[in-house]
Write a protein that binds this ligand. Structure first.
Ligand code: PLP
Length: 457
């Protein structure tokens, strides 16, 4: 039973569920997709909320530049490059025997300073907002002050009375742990036992308390929440429900618009933009999608990518049960090397906000992720982690057989003007020897099975 309905009944309603249960790769088109103007007014958040988040990050920029020298050349604004990947595009066309119309770029959040993943957007933003809220309440800062004050010993002393807690499969913990430790907060990260060892080691080296849980991720989050609620000076960052995290991610859209402008890339009624975002619990890709729809309206089309073993957002959207069902309800094991995406139950808050904004969701097998990871290294010299490559294959699914979505949205005749952006969500923090083992696994898979087998999906 999955939420008062047998799996058989669900299959009747959503035939794709059989393939999902078989761990087959699927490409789901969202039939609830609606024009932005008919949706945006009824959402709980709007452009002003995103602009406010951007302003807050600007106030903190001088502080960030001071304490994280890697952000200095960008004035303390934590941002990643937008890069052309022509060789990888050719390789995709070759491997999957599918022409991809338009140009292809990579939004390289694997190179975001401080924590090397998309979590440097939401996670760092929420820690900074918490610090600002406390400092304002205590009367030690106001918006027009020089925020470099946050680097002073007095401030660190003040923040040492407060703690930050979160549950994480890895990268969120890294971002929140590193930022909180820098502010001076006491910080505890709850992780599942199978979280990557190097992530736990790195956090501990920064003075972060890492608590390991034998059960899965949701259990870790639950433990964290309980501990935090028992202490009034403790603040729990809840990646399933946090509006603050979501808005931190959404700021990416404003930055992307500037980068596209700088590179002379047009997005309008004749030049569609397709964005492919790896999805775990949904906050990162959901926040970015929300921001992109505010900025580009119907000219942008956002797709999420999930592992075949953890398609929680896909099942949540498809059944409209959102966080009321989990992948385990359908017998899926939630086991994937893509640890950033290994989430069995999606955020209900995010699912409801993006329900009509998201164009579709597709799934990718772990083998496929490793093949993409090594291909991207060979073609473009880029080092991503397995979760982060899930977006790269998006254009293949969409362009294959002139997908129905393209006719539904009337873009077939303008696809030659399209821009495809795969959002690369992490990689820079992966230790070399760990990354090398990913690379070799990808090469092995590719050679072992050859193009035909990768192709069969
Ligand atoms: C967290 C994460 C994601 C997805 O973000 P969610 O907010 O969990 O959906 C994607 N890629 C990487 C590398 C991540 O760490």
């Amino acid at each position: 039973m999955a939420k008062n309905k047998s799996i058989e009944a669900w299959k009747q309603e959503c035939p794709l569920i059989q393939s999902i249960i078989n761990y087959d790769e699927v490409f789901w088109e969202n039939d609830a997709y609606t024009e932005v103007n008919r949706v945006i007014g009824s959402l709980p958040l709007g452009l002003n909320d995103v602009l406010e988040a951007e302003e807050r990050l600007k106030r903190f920029a001088p502080y960030i530049a001071e304490v994280f020298p890697a952000t200095n050349k960008n004035g303390g604004i934590i941002e990643s490059p937008l890069e052309q990947i022509p060789s990888m595009k050719r390789e995709l066309e070759n491997i999957y025997q599918t022409p991809i119309e338009g140009k292809m770029l990579l939004k390289a959040d694997n190179r975001l300073p401080i924590s090397g993943s998309v979590k440097a957007r939401g996670g760092i933003y929420e820690v900074l907002k918490r610090a600002e809220d406390l400092a304002i309440a205590a009367g030690i800062i106001n918006h027009s002050d020089d925020y470099r004050k946050f680097a002073s010993n007095d401030f660190k002393e003040f923040f040492s009375n407060y703690s930050v807690v979160c549950g994480s499969t890895g990268n969120l913990g890294l971002s929140i742990g590193i930022m909180s430790a820098m502010i001076g907060f006491k910080v505890t990260i709850h992780m599942s036992e199978d979280a990557k060892q190097w992530k736990k080691d790195l956090l501990r080296s920064k003075g972060v308390v890492v608590v390991e849980h034998a059960d899965d991720y949701s259990k870790a989050v639950e433990e964290g929440r309980k501990e935090s609620l028992a202490d009034p000076n403790s603040y729990f960052i809840d990646d399933e429900n946090s509006i603050t995290l979501f808005l931190g991610y959404a700021v990416a859209a404003i930055r992307l618009k500037e980068q596209l402008n700088e590179q002379g890339i047009t997005v309008n009624g004749d030049h569609p933009l397709f964005v492919y975002l790896p999805c775990g619990v949904g906050g990162g890709p959901g926040g970015i999608t929300f921001g992109l729809k505010l900025v580009f309206g119907d000219y942008v089309h956002c797709f999420f990518a999930e592992p075949t073993h953890s398609p929680c957002m896909l099942l949540g959207l498809m059944t409209k049960e959102h966080d009321q069902i989990s992948v385990r309800d359908f017998g899926l094991d939630n086991k994937t090397e893509a640890d950033g995406l290994a989430v069995g139950r999606a955020s209900g808050f995010v699912g409801k906000v993006i329900n009509e904004l998201i164009s579709g969701v597709y799934t990718v097998s772990d083998d496929q992720l490793f093949v993409l990871l090594s291909a991207l290294a060979d073609q473009e010299g880029m080092k991503l982690e397995p979760s982060a490559v899930a977006g790269i294959i998006g254009p293949v699914g969409l362009c294959k057989n002139q997908h129905h979505y393209l006719s539904k949205t009337n873009v077939i005749s303008i696809m030659k003007n399209a821009t495809h952006i795969a959002w690369s969500t992490g990689g820079n923090m992966v230790p070399d020897e760990v990354w090398q083992s990913y690379y070799e696994r990808g090469k092995r898979k590719y050679q072992e099975f050859g193009i035909d087998s990768v192709n069969k999906n």
